[in-house]
Design a protein around this ligand. Structure first.
Ligand code: MLC
Length: 481
């Protein structure tokens, strides 16, 4: 089977049922099917074929969903780009993914054909409502998700139809998602949380989904009370924001909700407890990655243990290994290695990086964890200095490279600072050169980097603390007194 066969449970099996709501408009599954059929034929007419890449730089919208389904039907590889990315970050992906075209509403400097989504939709109206004939098996790539790379520039994780299918089928079963659910999706569709979990669980279960362009805490209570969802996925920042909703509204929301899921960053046990007191629900925390989709999850029935990410999902083997790749003893910390039908095909055109990412067929996550006697995993750190802010991954190296390119900076190091709402935020430690002005540097960052990567503070220091090998010792970075 490929993803189309699973999507057809709803696209064909529930064609007259309302599928999607967005900004006061609604579409049935039959309409979503027809619109994506027409779009698929249009993309085909424009020269796209199975295996080609299509880059998409769009905010959440029905058009983005239809484009994804059209790509799946055609076998075209969908490459979403984070809408917060700026030119420098976008051009790396456009160059690396080597797509046939880019779909966007924004001004992007590129020599590629650029198509506006509204224009495509209009042109597609003239096409037939017919599925393109394409022979795809489950190992065909469906998407490339760019992850912030440890080496500064990001790498594309290639995810197959089978990866997305295995992930969604697991979540439907383990989180008991059915066509009876009402699903509120506020997460961006350019990451696996929104795309792999959100879109796929909606489309395969056949439930009704209200899509938001983005999560807005100011209007969250109103949106919940109006749509009355049963199912919601969020990153910890979203749950911290939801703690600000008045108690009576929170109780009302708790009365119709069935399941709140959290992931993409660690959920503080205190937030989980405060949320339970306010909403009467225990958030279900799970663990995943762009390269693997979902791996470990707290149980739907049974104990959702605060501070842990729960038990391996069906079909997924987990190993905790030490630096010599040997299993660690019970209760000791080790690095998480994974194998399963959810694990990606490799990094796009990066055989070296792909080879390095696997040991004995197990994917090396870079996350450090312990396992309790009864099988619950607790993540306790990372091998790399990755920063997670509001659920967005930031590799300090990328910001450090940009800062070092500035003539007024001799050298720089970027580290995480704890933040109540975002979990972590990046701060920069800068060794200034002549003419240094923090405001000017910040403005340049704002122009070139996604907003979540802009250091919240620029701290001047005399020199970076280094060990005997010359490696920067980030744990020694401190604000001067
Ligand atoms: C945030 N911003 C957005 C945006 N999200 N802008 C446009 N579209 C979006 N979707 C910008 C804002 O403009 C602002 O920029 C800054 O981010 C903070 O916004 P805020 O209004 O203060 O939002 P806040 O309440 O802090 O909430 C932020 C958030 C966002 C939670 C909505 O961080 C978010 O959507 N996070 C989800 C990330 C995600 O999906 N990660 C999954 C990765 S997959 P400025 O310039 O004013 O600062 C993965 C694997 C797995 O990790 O296991 O899931």
């Amino acid at each position: 089977m490929n993803l189309c066969d699973l999507f057809d449970l709803s696209l064909k099996g529930r064609r007259d049922v309302v599928a999607l709501e967005f900004r006061g408009r609604a579409w049935t599954f039959g309409e979503v099917d027809a619109r994506s059929n027409r779009l698929a034929l249009l993309l085909q007419q424009k020269g796209l074929a199975a295996g080609d890449r299509l880059c998409v730089y769009l905010a959440n919208s029905p058009e983005m969903i239809e484009l994804y389904i059209a790509c799946v039907k055609l076998g075209v590889i969908f490459v979403p780009i984070n809408i917060l990315y700026r030119d420098r970050e976008i051009s790396h992906i456009l160059h690396d993914a080597d797509p046939k075209a880019l779909v966007t509403d924004s001004e992007v400097a590129t020599a590629l054909p650029v198509w506006a989504p509204a224009e495509l939709t209009r042109e597609a109206e003239a096409m037939e409502d017919r599925r393109p004939e394409v022979d795809l098996d489950g190992d065909a790539p469906a998407g490339i998700i760019y992850t912030s790379g440890t080496t500064g520039t990001s790498k594309g994780a290639v995810l197959s139809h089978n990866n997305f299918a295995a992930n969604a089928v697991n979540l439907l079963a383990c989180w008991r998602i059915t066509s009876e659910d009402r699903f509120l999706l506020a997460l961006p569709l350019f990451h696996v949380h929104g795309l792999g979990n959100g879109l796929h669980c909606w489309l395969i279960s056949g439930c009704r989904m209200r899509l938001l362009e983005r999560f807005e805490h100011q209007s969250a209570a109103e949106t919940f009370c109006e749509f009355r969802p049963t199912l919601f996925f969020g990153v910890p920042t979203v749950y911290v924001r939801l703690l600000d909703i008045p108690a009576d509204k929170a109780r009302e929301i708790g009365s119709f909700m069935r399941l709140f899921v959290s992931g993409s960053a660690p959920l503080a046990a205190q937030v989980m407890e405060d949320f339970r007191a306010l909403y009467g629900h225990t958030i279900l925390e799970r663990y995943g990655m762009s390269e693997t989709l979902m791996n470990i999850s707290n149980p739907y029935e049974g104990e959702r243990r605060p501070g842990t990410v729960g038990l391996p999902l069906p079909g997924i083997s987990v190993r905790l290994l030490n630096a010599q790749h040997e299993p660690v003893a019970e209760g000791e910390t080790g690095e998480v290695y994974l194998r399963g039908p959810n694990v990606f095909m490799g990094y796009w055109r990066r055989e070296d990086a792909t080879r390095e990412a696997f040991v004995d067929g197990y994917f090396r996550t870079g996350d450090i964890a312990t396992r309790s006697k009864d099988g619950y995993y607790t993540l306790s750190g990372r091998r790399s200095d990755l920063i997670i802010s509001g659920g967005f991954n930031i590799y300090p190296r990328e910001i450090e490279e940009f800062l070092s390119e500035q003539p007024e900076i001799e050298e720089a190091a970027v580290a995480a600072q704890a933040d109540r709402v975002r979990g972590e935020v990046p701060v920069a430690y800068v060794v200034p050169a002549a003419g240094y002005d923090a405001a000017v540097i910040e403005a340049r960052c704002r122009e070139k980097l996604a907003s979540f990567k802009i250091p919240r503070e620029f701290i001047c220091i005399e020199k970076l603390p280094r060990n005997a090998l010359g490696k920067v010792q980030k744990h020694l970075l401190k604000k001067p007194a």
